[in-house]
Design a protein around this ligand. Structure first.
Ligand SMILES: *[C@@H]1O[C@H](CO)[C@@H](O)[C@H](O)[C@H]1NC(C)=O
Ligand SMILES: *[C@@H]1O[C@H](CO)[C@@H](O)[C@H](O)[C@H]1NC(C)=O
Ligand SMILES: *[C@@H]1O[C@H](CO)[C@@H](O)[C@H](O)[C@H]1NC(C)=O
Length: 604
């Protein structure tokens, strides 16, 4: 008895050693087999028939329904259609496969809901769940799948309202016909959709069809009794009369006024209390901070070097924490001030510090050199930006502003930046290959386009986009940081409001595309790289500009040339001739989609 258990333990150890070679990790295989177990309702017959077993390799041992990326030997696509599967979806296990891009479970009898953990499949581009018995509402976390292109939930038993899938800027297909979904239809960018890949017919949707819907066929919308507007033959009722508007506005004004009084009272009360309690503490802190700087000099770890006027002002002007579920809501300015800080660099518009808090979390703190923005204006911008979020844009955790000092606090991203990838400093955690570069390009384009849509009306662009500001999340997704921190509102107004900021950002994005294509990080002057590329292209030596690693890695020349053309339009010398970020994002997505299809993630 004991013998056999020791033996089996040794066997599994051996197996683990053998299997943890080049192929998909043992843990991933185990998860995938578990996923199929749950999906089939423990139907060992099906599992055997498909040949899935943790002891074999999905790529080389031919698991049925699995497609691998030959180069990286990782599972790319899972297609289990019409197999009579009658279990549930275990997204937690499914999403353990790190490169998974397409999942099709069409026409089975799968039950249960779509679990919220589906958002862990960050690389998913195609998700087909049509023709099953899935129910419940679509989880809001679906909107976190920033790379999603096609979502098919048709012919199920889904109910509830749709999450705001329009947030996924690359979405080109949404099929949800024949369910019991209700509520209104989000403002999809119908311009991107193929006519046959949008369908919400036979549900319980109501309200007006969003603008652009008239490009689609009316059969995409039929069978929803409450839906109105083009392309349906039912016109929408006129919007509420002016009278209604007025009274609504009045009562809202009153409400705002009263809440204003209450808030003012509260602030005064808190201020007085705070002063009384912290009078002693404050002087003590200032001393500590000053001593630290004095003893530690400029290098190594000390706390953030405050101007001395600031240190005394800090007690009254505190940190504004932007509330988000699950993050640092109890961050205190005092703690930030006391924590050890390490300088990460100094740029044109300020310095960056890594601050390690007492509980071990790391924060990145940007200290902005005075840029002529008033504290009130800065605060307004920060709060405005906090309302516009995108998975490819790093949100601020908190900020602090006073006349002398402006600070913005982010979560520290330990995987470095696109610049560090370009400089070849961390090649072991990701293949910096063509498909990854396209993923970075598309992610940044989508994030920037989304922020532009939300914020350009207020004249807020990025203002300082460069590869060192593109950070990499823990799943190596690109994430734009420092959005909107450079504000020179006066020059913006002179140069024609949002459009000038936008054109500058588009130019900066074009430079990033050139860096990705050439593999050459910009040194000093961004336009140098653009000039060089332009001169080579004029001489018709286009292929010469591409990164050798890409050419030898088997990237398609057609795709690279297409992306180069997008880049060259972005860096056009005349700002007015540059395309909008929305347009750029659509073009980059098209390139990426064609390349995806080329490398086998085709439609099931
Ligand atoms: C499948 O098997 C696992 C353990 O092997 C068990 O926990 C689970 O309840 C089973 N599920 C079904 C649907 O039978
Ligand atoms: C991947 O490898 C398999 C088997 O070796 C082959 O049939 C398939 O064509 C390859 N796919 C690509 C895209 O090279
Ligand atoms: C949408 O789905 C309905 C119901 O299945 C179908 O009749 C209609 O033709 C579809 N429309 C389009 C544009 O695919």
């Amino acid at each position: 008895m004991e013998w056999s258990s020791t033996l089996s333990w040794l066997m599994s150890l051996l197996l683990l050693l053998i299997c943890s070679g080049n192929s998909e990790e043992y843990a991933v295989r185990l998860s995938l087999v578990g996923f199929l177990q749950v999906l089939s309702g423990n139907d060992t017959g099906i599992i055997e028939k498909l040949g899935w077993s943790a002891a074999t390799d999905p790529c080389t041992d031919g698991w049925n329904g699995v497609t691998c990326n030959n180069r990286t030997s990782s599972v790319y696509k899972i297609k289990l259609e019409e197999l009579g599967l009658r279990g549930t979806i275990d997204a937690g296990r499914l999403c353990q496969a790190p490169s998974l891009a397409a999942v099709s479970l069409l026409h089975n009898a799968i039950r249960g809901e779509i679990p919220p953990e589906i958002s862990d499949c960050g690389r998913l581009t195609h998700l087909y769940l049509g023709g099953n018995s899935l129910a419940g509402s679509l989880p809001p976390s679906l909107t976190l799948l920033g790379n999603l292109k096609v979502l098919d939930v048709s012919d199920n038993d889904f109910s509830g309202e749709l999450p705001d899938l329009a947030k996924i800027s690359g979405l080109v297909g949404f099929l949800a016909q024949n369910n019991r979904l209700h509520g209104t239809i989000p403002s999809f960018r119908f311009g991107n959709f193929d006519r046959r890949r949008f369908n919400v017919s036979n549900n319980l949707f109501a309200g007006p069809i969003p603008p652009g819907g008239d490009r689609l066929d009316q059969t995409s919308f039929i069978g929803n009794p409450g839906l109105c507007g083009k392309p349906l033959p039912v016109a929408c009722p006129p919007s509420p009369s002016k009278e209604d508007h007025k009274s609504l506005k009045l009562s809202r004004e009153k409400a705002i006024m009263f809440s204003g009084y209450i808030a003012l009272g509260l602030v005064l009360f808190l201020f007085v209390t705070y002063k009384l309690i912290h009078r002693k503490k404050r002087t003590k802190h200032r001393k500590i901070a000053d001593e630290k700087i004095a003893s530690d000099g400029s290098s190594g770890k000390s706390s953030i070097p405050w101007s001395s006027t600031e240190a005394s002002a800090t007690a009254t002007s505190s940190l504004i924490v932007l509330k988000r579920p699950g993050t640092m809501t109890d961050l205190k300015f005092d703690d930030l001030l006391k924590a050890p800080a390490e300088s990460l660099g100094r740029g044109r518009n300020g310095s960056l510090y890594k601050v390690t808090m007492a509980d071990g979390t790391s924060l990145a703190v940007k200290r902005i050199r005075d840029c002529g923005t008033s504290a009130a204006e800065f605060r307004r911008r920060m709060e405005r930006m906090d309302m516009a979020r995108h998975p490819n844009v790093l949100p601020a955790v908190a900020f602090h502003c006073s006349t002398q000092e402006k600070l913005v606090v982010y979560e520290y991203q330990r995987n470095g930046s696109l610049l560090s990838l370009l400089q070849g400093r961390q090649l072991d955690c990701v293949a910096f290959d063509w498909s990854y570069r396209l993923r970075v390009a598309a992610g940044v384009a989508e994030g920037l386009a989304a922020m532009h849509r939300e914020l350009l009306a207020d004249g807020i662009g990025h203002g300082n986009l460069k590869s060192s500001n593109i950070l990499l999340t823990n799943v190596m997704d690109p994430c734009i940081s420092e959005y909107g921190l450079v504000a020179d509102s006066r020059s913006v107004e002179k140069a024609g409001g949002g459009s000038a900021v936008a054109a500058a950002d588009v130019h900066a994005f074009g430079i990033i595309l050139l860096e990705l294509l050439t593999g050459k990080p910009v040194r000093n002057e961004p336009s140098e790289l653009a000039r060089w590329v332009n001169s080579v292209v004029r001489e018709e030596w286009t292929v010469e500009v591409f990164d050798e690693a890409l050419v030898s890695g088997g990237a398609s020349e057609g795709g690279m040339v297409q992306l180069l053309q997008v880049a060259l339009r972005c860096v056009h010398p005349s700002p007015a001739a540059r395309p909008s970020m929305d347009h750029v994002a659509a073009m980059v997505n098209t390139v990426r989609e064609e390349e995806d299809e080329r490398s086998e993630v085709s439609e099931p």
